[in-house]
Design a protein around this ligand. Structure first.
Ligand code: SF4
Length: 438
């Protein structure tokens, strides 16, 4: 999965030049329509050239020659003798490589006219489009975010002229039937535009095929979030586990441009994790408090999971679950896939993606309850007028209703304030561990 992310540039070039596929940029969790129309969805940072870990390339070659099962057996063999800390090292390198590229994209955004007081995510996304937008055939976006997001989408027109914007009706709409009808209409219009760009036709079958794959991906994703992350024994150390969750958060946005391959990778990942736990290969984490860190998809300090690990805790990243993107889309021969997709989008918007304070607070509370976490670290993104303001109410309710403590840290750019973050978190973790042991 990591290698598919980092080598995306070659894959995408092949798709565009040799196979004449259309590249459609997407963000958040919305690649389905692009797949269904036979285009290639791409989270645009993947068109960049990345520094690839020196361990990753041989591993990728080994996987293609030996298959994943034999490669993973070899890795396990190597680890028994503690010859190489291959997986830990690769993941650390991958996350470092992705994050230095994110910072580069942020700088491009800031130096090309995006006001730096906008959030990190918007600046970075703008930079990604500015840097490689000329390779894109269109940008597919859902206009249900904050005002800053919508202004940003508008400003992309100069970089990617073909903009497909699917509006999501207000979640405050009194009449749910009217909202659903409007949503269905908006999805249909978006599909028509995609059909015009690609020259392909979207059928019920192509939509359902994509939703079926998406549903399986979501099931595996939730297995990792709920079954494995709640286990007392991890298949790797908690910092590496958090890196896997970070990689999932980033790659879920476009399924690394190949949904079937992404599904197979996730299936291997879950199988491998379960096998390791069954064989007792990994780490006892029963004494380590679990902390949900959120939101992180619009920018976060990746050093955080290492800091928390060293302070005796474990971090969980679960943004897409909090925001409702891991909900499955019902499929049956009687259902209309466009209507089901419209309903899925409306439900996601009710979970708070539309930046409604109350809904968003409730989504965090529900996730905290379902995931049985011991604490929350709230990531206050500089320049975000929306999500950030829910913190006080959320903290109060978490304590009152679930006795879960929360702390806020501020984020502006990767690599800034690491020491300050560490200093803020130390007493919080000490208290958490004391309470757990008392
Ligand atoms: S809600 Fe906040 S973090 Fe999300 S896009 Fe808007 S400003 Fe950025």
């Amino acid at each position: 999965m990591a290698s598919n992310f980092l080598t995306g540039r070659d894959y995408l070039r092949k798709k565009k030049i040799r196979e004449k596929k259309k590249l459609i940029s997407v963000a958040l969790g919305f690649p389905d329509l692009a797949f269904a129309v036979g285009a290639v969805p791409v989270f645009p940072i993947r068109m960049e050239t990345f520094e690839v870990s020196k361990y990753l390339m041989p591993l990728q070659s080994a996987t293609s020659v030996l298959g994943w099962d034999l490669t993973s057996k070899f890795l396990e063999f190597a680890r028994q003798f503690d010859v190489l800390k291959i997986v830990d090292k690769i993941l650390e390198d991958v996350i470092t490589s992705i994050n230095s590229k994110y910072n580069e994209m942020y700088d491009i955004g800031v130096s090309n006219g995006v006001p730096s007081e906008l959030c990190y995510g918007i600046n970075a996304l703008y930079g990604m489009h500015k840097s490689k937008g000329k390779n894109l055939d269109a940008n597919l976006t859902f206009a249900m975010r904050c005002g800053s997001w919508n202004t940003f989408s508008e400003s992309l027109k100069t970089t990617v002229p073909s903009q497909i914007i699917i509006d999501v009706p207000s979640k405050n709409s009194d009449n749910e039937d009217i909202a659903l009808k409007e949503m269905i209409n908006n999805v249909k219009n978006g599909i028509s535009e995609l059909e015009k760009i690609t020259g392909n036709f979207v059928s019920d079958n192509s939509l359902q095929k994509q939703f079926r794959i998406g549903n399986q991906v979501k099931r595996f994703y939730k297995t990792i979030l709920y079954e494995i992350s709640d286990s007392n024994f991890y298949p790797c150390n908690p910092a590496t586990f958090a890196e896997i969750l970070a990689l999932l958060t980033i790659t879920f946005q476009d399924y690394n441009s190949n949904s079937q391959r992404y599904l197979e990778n996730l299936s291997h990942l879950v199988k491998e994790m379960r096998e390791r736990i069954r064989k007792g290969v990994g780490m006892d984490v029963s004494h380590m408090p679990r902390l949900l860190f959120a939101p992180m998809y619009q920018g976060w300090e990746p050093e955080i999971h290492e800091i928390i690990y060293k302070l005796g805790g474990r971090i969980i990243y679960a943004d897409w679950d909090v925001l409702g993107f891991l909900e499955e889309i019902p499929i049956s021969h009687k259902s209309d896939p466009i209507e089901e997709y419209a309903r899925f989008l409306l439900n996601a918007s009710k979970k708070g993606i539309g930046c409604d304070d109350e809904n968003m607070t409730n989504s965090y509370l529900k996730t905290a309850e379902n995931m049985n976490i011991d604490g929350l670290i709230f990531n206050q993104v500089y320049g975000c007028p929306s999500t950030s303001k829910i913190y006080d109410k959320l903290k109060e309710k978490l304590k009152a209703e679930y006795n879960i403590p929360a702390i806020v840290i501020k984020f502006k750019k990767i690599g800034e304030n690491i020491e300050q973050v560490r200093t803020t978190l130390m007493p919080f973790m000490e208290r958490l561990i004391d309470t757990r042991n008392s």
